[in-house]
Ligand binder design. Structure first.
Ligand SMILES: Nc1ncnc2c1ncn2[C@@H]1O[C@H](COP(=O)(O)OP(=O)(O)OP(=O)(O)O)[C@@H](O)[C@H]1O
Length: 266
């Protein structure tokens, strides 16, 4: 289990590129009788990244959970890789907010990443050579190949977050969901994350990322979905993150323009 030398590379499976990765069609989402989000419209194509932006409690995480099929769509529709959300799960990877995995869990970074292979290899099979190769390749993609044998709990918070991203990459998803991936990351981990997102997009993976970080949207995303219990705008980053749209979506929050960036200051 602890021999993490890279065997010869096998070709990566081709990504099917037909049809959108994700379609929101007048989707409304509720927890029981409590509506959280209404009227979400938009399309995410393979190889595209979309940022979900909105204040605390706007419904960003809830929308990600609906894409995973964990929260019901009460009207309208969400289509994931041409299927209802629950049926598409095999091809969807999810990186939860940091600290979702107990740092005291006695496993190495590589073993955490290998968990991303379980769904494809079946829970009762032992990981094979190809599973190990993909796990190490994923660790390399987030800049942590040299830490493969390090105990997960001994890594920094930012490194642990990158290991969770590597676990998602090892899953070979067609759609990647990231919930607040920049929270608490240092500059090195932020750069590694941006590089990994760019590389996934280049391979045709669609990305949906919930964030408070407008810089992340500018650097990594093609489109933005601006939310606060309903959708305020969905479109190209520069056209959508306007002061007017942000003021509308953020209500009473204070905004500041710095150069070409809009910063939420309160
Ligand atoms: N399991 C739940 N049951 C009922 N209501 C919930 C549940 N989870 C979240 N909510 C409510 O749904 C609304 C949206 O929450 P959500 O976590 O999706 O917002 P968010 O935009 O991700 O916020 P943040 O930026 O703070 O993470 C909030 O009012 C929240 O209280």
């Amino acid at each position: 289990m602890d021999d993490w030398r890279v065997p010869d590379a096998a070709p990566a499976p081709a990504q099917a590129r037909t049809g959108p990765a994700l379609v929101f069609d007048a989707a409304s989402i509720a927890y029981g009788d409590v509506p959280v989000l209404e009227g979400v419209h938009g399309v995410v194509a393979p190889g595209e990244a979309v940022a979900l932006i909105g204040p605390n409690g706007a419904g960003k995480s809830t929308l990600i959970k609906a894409v995973l099929g964990l929260v019901p769509v009460v009207s309208g529709e969400i289509s994931v890789l041409g299927q209802p959300p629950r049926q598409a799960r095999r091809d969807v990877a999810y990186v939860p907010q940091a600290d979702a995995l107990d740092p005291g869990f006695p496993v190495t970074a590589a073993q955490v990443v290998l968990m991303g292979r379980y769904r494809r290899m079946g829970w009762l099979r032992r990981p094979g050579r190809e599973d190990r190769r993909l796990a190490l390749e994923a660790l390399d993609a987030v800049g942590l190949a040299s830490r493969a044998s390090t105990r997960f709990g001994l890594l920094s918070g930012g490194q642990r977050q990158r290991v969770l991203l590597a676990r998602a990459i090892a899953q070979q998803p067609r759609l990647l969901l990231l919930d607040e991936p920049f929270n608490g990351l240092d500059a090195v981990s932020q750069d590694a994350l941006l590089a990994a997102i760019a590389s996934l997009k280049a391979r045709g993976v669609a990305v949906l990322v919930s964030t408070h970080d407008l810089a992340l949207a500018h650097l990594a995303c093609d489109d933005v979905c601006l939310l606060n219990h309903h959708q305020f705008a969905f479109g190209p980053v520069d056209e959508t993150l306007t002061p007017e749209n942000l003021r509308a979506a953020y209500g009473g929050h204070a905004l500041e323009l710095r150069g070409d960036r809009v910063i939420v200051t309160g």
